[in-house]
Design a protein around this ligand. Structure first.
Ligand code: LFR
Length: 473
């Protein structure tokens, strides 16, 4: 069997990594090159990404990849969705905004005044999230006039590596400007007063975006013939490829900064019930539909920990805290992990306390109890979202996969199984990088087959941990 090597650049909102994937028909192995933190940077009252720092980390990872894999077959890039860089004449005009920046509220008003949400939903199938790209564009106002191109983050990195200007389709689906059939929605773009030429031509996962620019080859030590291959460049699209679903009755939770909870479908669900439940139909790899809902995710925990560390001036031992949270035996209150007030960065424990008071519940006094309350609330929201997804799609769910960082959180997996009354299969933790790697591997001929056969390889290479629901709690 031929085993080859590709590199996955996977940028999450909380951390990024560059991984080598060693792949053949009977082999799938990841080898980390670099890992680096990520997060919002507040500048002059605005939230931005440190895009230059991220690019530097990507180059460092690719340099290491060149050292370890002289015959690297391909590079693929994925990141969080919706955010973009504005370019003029090939130059980035400013640091891209972070989707948690508050300016989007203005954009929501402007867009919904032009096109009511119910109509938008029929056009693009997207759940309402105040930061969907179309709202950000509307909030940008004059800034857009200075630009000739808007590239989503993975497309921006691909542009810097290859010079090409493309929009990868899974991520483009999160702009709100694609029709549910997957093409740019020219009519909607016109109605919103946007300049169509800002948007680059679509490419599908598996297509070659370009080869490395000479200066990039020189910087990294890679050959300039190495292609950048389009993957599911929306991290959640790659994560869904990377879930070892082996049956048609599985739901999934891709749990990192966010908890993306839903199903993989062949066709979108655009019903009124689905719109009211705020379920999204995002574009998946191989034309699949990612029918899911955004639950707040580990963001609640990481922002709480950040607040506690800031208050006390000492670092928190997270595994120890989770251990204490697991040992809490008295009941803890549950809040709505979907509350939009939990979206912006800030004092999360104070906001959660406010939600609890509003619902007449006691506020936990210790950090262990507080942490337990967060994890119970996430598990509750996860279980409800699985139930809703199955009802809306008419699918009978019998197992829940949890992948991403949250799959390492034993308490979260156990509580999700209990609250959903279904078995949970946890892992792989690096599902996103794996999905990225597999789509490249297939594109360069190291593997063949549909997503099911790719997932069979994951299931044997990264065996999930199983959590049975406990009957009574
Ligand atoms: C997960 C994710 C979600 C998207 C959110 C914002 O990392 O990509 O799918 O809704 O981040 O981009």
């Amino acid at each position: 069997d031929t085993v080859g090597t590709v590199a996955a650049v996977d940028l999450g909102a909380t951390s990024g990594r560059v991984m080598l994937g060693h792949v053949g028909p009977n082999e799938l192995r990841l080898e980390p090159m670099t890992r680096f933190p990520n997060g919002p940077v507040e500048i002059d009252g605005e939230l931005h990404w440190n895009i230059t720092g991220l690019y530097e980390s990507v180059l460092a990872g690719l340099t290491e990849a060149a050292r370890r894999a002289p015959n690297l077959a391909s590079i693929g890039i994925d990141s969080w969705a919706v955010d973009y860089g504005l370019l003029s004449g090939g130059r980035l005009l400013a640091e891209p905004f972070h989707y948690r920046d508050g300016r989007t509220a203005r954009g929501v008003e402007a867009v919904h005044a032009a096109v009511p949400f119910s109509e938008l939903y029929a056009e693009n199938g997207l759940q309402f999230l105040p930061f969907n790209t179309l709202y950000q564009f509307a909030a940008d106002g004059d800034r857009l006039n200075d630009a000739d191109t808007a590239l989503l983050i993975p497309d921006l990195f691909a542009h810097w590596l290859t010079g090409a200007r493309v929009s990868e389709s899974t991520n483009a689906s999160t702009t709100g400007l694609l029709r549910v059939d997957g093409d740019w929605n020219d009519a909607l773009i016109r109605r919103l007063g946007l300049n169509r030429s800002l948007l680059a031509p679509l490419v599908q996962p598996g297509e070659t975006i370009g080869t490395l620019l000479p200066q990039v080859a020189e910087q990294t030590g890679l050959s300039s013939s190495v292609p950048v291959t389009a993957v599911g460049s929306h991290d959640t699209a790659s994560a869904v490829v990377g879930i070892p679903m082996t049956t048609g009755d599985a739901a999934y939770i891709s749990c990192g900064t966010w908890g993306l909870v839903g199903l993989e479908l062949d066709a979108p669900v655009l019903t009124e019930a689905s719109r009211e439940a705020n379920f999204t139909n995002e574009g998946g790899v191989d034309g699949r539909v990612r029918f899911l809902h955004n639950v707040m995710g580990l963001w609640l925990l990481s922002e709480s920990v950040r607040t506690w560390e800031r208050e006390s001036g000492t670092a928190i031992d997270l595994p120890a805290l989770l251990g204490e949270a697991a040992a809490v035996s008295s009941p803890v209150p549950v809040f709505d992990a979907n509350d939009p007030r939990l979206m912006p960065p800030g004092d999360m424990p104070a906001r959660i306390a406010e939600l609890l008071r509003e619902t007449g519940q006691p506020v936990p006094q210790s950090r262990a109890e507080f942490t337990r309350s967060i994890i119970e609330s996430l598990a509750d929201a996860f279980a409800r979202a699985v139930e809703t997804a199955s009802r809306l799609a008419g699918t009978n769910v019998s197992v829940i996969h949890i992948v991403g960082g949250g799959s390492l959180n034993t308490l979260l997996c156990r509580l999700t199984a209990d609250r959903a009354g279904l078995p949970v299969l946890a892992g792989p933790v690096e599902a996103t990088a794996i999905g990225n790697v597999l789509v490249q591997a297939r594109a360069v001929g190291l593997l063949e087959g549909d997503l099911e056969s790719l997932r069979a390889l994951i299931a044997t290479s990264f065996e999930p941990r199983r959590f049975e629901p406990r009957a009574s709690r």
